[in-house]
Design a protein around this ligand. Structure first.
Ligand SMILES: *Cc1c(COP(=O)(O)O)cnc(C)c1O
Length: 391
């Protein structure tokens, strides 16, 4: 089956006469056969799936399991393990890495929360910051994981996953693929070991569910399930149902939003209020030629630097009508936000400077509205952002 069919039909087995999967909300499961339940709990404590009774929702839930199997299939992974948010998934991956070694190599730029978690030292991991070029030199005997993100947030820089995997050698590479979705990129094909998604974004796709998920091999999935059993942070079954449903329209949504984004980026490049457009299909933004090779298209996210600086950015945020001025992304509707003032406020000034995340930068998540309506909204807001208007 091809990806569009997989997105709709994955993990819909064993439904009996029902057309859509049921939502199982039980927090506990019957254990009338004690030896059977004990064996099952042993299997789950070792990071496996239940062999009999599911025992307790923090250990296993069939609705959550369906979403995980569907996502794993879309990513070409052996398994997936989900969490209550993207950051819970990042935390679980780092705790699972601690079972292997105490050192992590992190390639900037990363999502603000991931950057801050790594920099804070909260989890007691040693972190070496690297660029794709310096990953090989940063690897140590106790390195458990290399963390990178492509396209990166909010700069939309692309990282060559194959090159990072080669530089990492035997060390597992985790790719935050939230911006790409499995529709545009499947990092496991490039040799990555773990693929991270904030399910809050495109997978749910309607701005109404918080989630995180890691697609990976059985060895890491076992560690990740163990971490989940020990620390909680489980995905709620209602959220899992919503995500599984969201996957059905994911390919259609991503392609339609991408079509809008390609045309908006072209027009933004011509606009006098816009000093620079950061978009994987814009000139100079893809020096390694990864669009077409690693990613099937440039995606739905655009960042723009305004000629009028911070005041212009602030004016655009307060003037847009169809675009919602709000953080987050990947929803059916279009959003616009100011990374330096909002999502990346929490990261250090050095990380902001490295990513060139300045006061004039705005990040757009392009949705499914009519292209001309979106352009009219943006163009009107940009009127308030001309260097003249900002004075
Ligand atoms: C939103 C986001 C996260 C964190 O996910 P939450 O669901 O908000 O916890 C991680 N990485 C990227 C790229 C994101 O956009």
């Amino acid at each position: 089956m091809r990806p569009d069919t997989v997105a709709i039909h994955a993990a819909r087995d064993g439904l009996g006469e029902a057309h859509v999967p049921p939502i199982d909300l039980s927090t506990t499961y019957k254990t009338p056969d004690l030896p059977d339940a004990t064996q099952s709990i042993d299997a789950m404590a070792a990071g496996g799936l239940p062999t009999g009774s599911s025992v307790y929702q923090r250990l296993f839930n069939p609705t959550v399991d369906r979403f995980e199997r569907a996502l794993a299939t879309l990513e070409g992974a052996e398994a997936a393990v989900s969490y209550a948010s993207g950051m819970a998934a990042v935390t679980a991956a780092l705790l699972a890495a601690k079972m292997v070694g105490n050192h992590v190599v992190a390639v900037r730029p990363l999502y603000g929360g991931t950057d801050h978690l790594l920099a804070s030292g909260l989890l007691g991991l040693e972190v070496s910051w690297a660029t794709p070029e310096t990953v090989a030199d940063a690897i140590r005997p106790d390195t458990a994981l290399v963390v990178c993100e492509t396209p990166a947030n909010p700069t939309l820089q692309l990282v060559d996953i194959e090159a990072v995997v080669a530089a990492a050698g035997d060390v597992a590479v985790m790719v935050d693929s939230t911006f790409a979705t499995p529709v545009l990129q499947q990092p496991i094909r490039q040799g990555a070991t773990i693929v991270l998604h904030s399910g809050t974004k495109f997978l749910g796709g309607h701005g109404d569910v918080l989630a995180g998920v890691l697609a990976t091999n059985e060895e890491w999935a076992a560690r990740l399930r163990q971490v989940r059993i020990l620390t909680g942070g489980n995905l709620h079954p209602m959220a899992a149902y919503t995500l599984h449903r969201g996957l059905q329209t994911l390919p259609v949504r991503v392609r339609a939003a991408q079509d809008n984004a390609i045309k908006l980026a072209e027009r933004l490049m011509q606009h006098p209020s816009v000093a620079r457009v950061r978009f994987p299909a814009a000139p100079g933004c893809d020096p390694h030629g990864l669009v077409g090779r690693q990613m099937s298209g440039p995606g739905t996210m655009i960042s723009i630097d305004l000629a009028g600086g911070y005041d212009a950015a602030r004016n655009v945020m307060s003037t847009v009508g169809i675009f919602t001025p709000a953080v987050s992304l990947g929803s059916t509707d279009s959003l616009i936000q100011h990374p330096a003032g909002l999502t990346h406020r929490i990261v250090g000034e050095d990380a902001q400077a490295e990513g060139d995340i300045g006061p004039s930068l705005l990040r757009l998540s392009v949705g499914l509205e009519d292209l001309e309506d979106l352009w009219h909204d943006l163009a009107s807001a940009l009127e308030t952002a001309s260097p003249m208007a900002a004075k």
